[in-house]
Ligand binder design. Structure first.
Ligand code: ADP
Ligand code: MG
Length: 389
């Protein structure tokens, strides 16, 4: 999935900087993509998620520039984009991919910080638009660069919220706090247990390699069909159900009371939506408990149950991801599920490290049999979050 042909991502950002600006960068900052181990559509229900940071990263090479001016180049585009404080202070004025950069400048300035003018060059190994959060990676790498260059007084706990604000309010993409939290706070050998209500986080040991395991990530390459409309519909359905049940959010329905709660809902579709959210929250908690106990392999069935719940109750899967999950399980994966909001995106499978290729081949073969575009596959271990290199 990462494109090895292009060479090292840090070298590409550095070379891009030299070529564009005819100078050496003052430094290089990196932020990873992320994948959600378990906990889907629980975030806006005030529930739990368990993402981890990927070894694929976005790197920003940067140096101070003229006051209140920002120039940014990305290897995804030919031309650099330049903007000043006036455009940065007016959400939406900078559009296209550079909005993710202008959004960070905007969020920092809106927080009253004196953001230094800068020149930036960006390279990335995080696939764009596959659900591995290249958006949070670019925001967080740029944020790290600007905070350092300006020696801004911004404690790390505030970074995720600021990066999220850039994406929500400047770019105009309504995402929760999970992506930025994972990308900024991720730690090698750990997953990040995030309570979306309190925003409390806890590092949970998750070291598949130490247990002889690996996580195989499959880019389903499925076109995102109606994803925005379906997402909005699921959200509305959950909000209505919470109102009917007299709770602030579905997170407040205890698993033990699920049957009673379901009996109070009058249509089958809503009942299935609620059942997904309540059982998914429980699966996150169960996964955390197993990982705390070092029982990594045993989380497999929870992953697979999560997929079934998304497929039959929440109805957010598509044939490509169902095929990938089924093929991975048939080839010996301990568990597999779609990860991300649905209607495409990626699948992850927990596999024996030495079986990763076999499982990847089995998924590719199942795709070929059904005439789907070849999937991308990648084996990952939990990596560290945003950092200066
Ligand atoms: P995802 O976060 O799942 O990859 P999004 O649609 O949320 O998908 O974000 C993808 C967008 O983020 C891209 O279309 C582009 O505008 C921006 N982006 C991400 N990485 C880069 C990059 N390296 N250079 C320029 N823009 C990027
Ligand atoms: Mg994104």
């Amino acid at each position: 999935m990462g494109d090895g042909r292009r060479g090292d991502v840090t070298d590409r950002a550095t070379a891009g900087f030299r070529q564009r600006y005819g100078a050496e960068p003052a430094g290089r900052w990196a932020a990873p993509g992320r994948v959600n181990l378990i906990g889907e559509h629980t975030d806006y229900n005030d529930g739990f998620v368990l993402p981890f940071a990927l070894p694929l990263r976005t790197v920003v090479a940067a140096a101070p520039g003229p006051d209140r001016r920002w120039t940014v180049w990305s290897e995804l585009d030919d031309e650099p984009v330049e903007f000043g404080a006036e455009e940065a202070d007016d959400p939406g004025r900078v559009d296209g991919w550079a909005a993710y950069v202008a959004g960070v400048v905007w969020a920092l300035r809106a927080a009253g910080l004196d953001v230094p003018g800068a020149r930036l060059a960006i390279a990335s190994d995080v696939p764009v638009g596959s659900g591995l959060s290249s958006s949070a990676a670019i925001e967080s790498a740029v944020l790290a660069a600007l905070v350092d260059l300006g020696a801004l007084d911004l404690p790390a706990e505030r970074w995720p919220r600021l990066a999220q604000r850039a994406e929500n309010d400047y770019v105009g993409a309504p995402t929760g706090i999970m992506d930025q939290s994972a990308v900024i706070r991720g730690r090698e050998g750990h997953a990040l247990f995030l309570d979306c209500r309190t925003e409390e986080v806890e590092q949970i040991p998750f070291d598949p390699a130490a247990a002889g395991l690996a996580v195989l990530v499959v880019d389903s390459r499925a076109p995102h069909r109606h994803a925005d409309g379906e997402y909005a519909a699921r959200r509305k359905s959950c909000e209505r159900a919470a109102a009917t049940l007299g709770v602030a959010a579905l997170r407040d329905v205890p698993t033990a009371d699920l049957d009673t709660a379901l009996a109070r809902l009058d249509d089958d579709e809503t009942r299935r939506r609620v059942r997904h959210v309540v059982t998914e929250d429980q699966r996150v908690l169960d996964t955390v408990a197993l990982l705390r106990a070092g029982r990594v392999r045993e989380i497999g069935p929870l992953l697979t149950a999560s997929h079934a719940s998304m497929r039959y109750d929440f109805e957010i899967t598509v044939p490509e991801v169902d095929t990938a999950v089924e093929a991975a399980l048939a080839a010996g994966a301990h568990g597999a599920r779609m990860t991300g909001g649905g209607f495409g995106g990626c699948v992850l499978a927990l596999v024996d490290a030495d079986a990763a290729d076999t499982v990847a081949d089995a998924v590719a073969a199942a795709y070929a049999e059904r005439g789907f575009a070849a999937p991308g596959t990648l084996t990952v271990q939990p990596a560290g979050g945003a950092t200066r290199l």
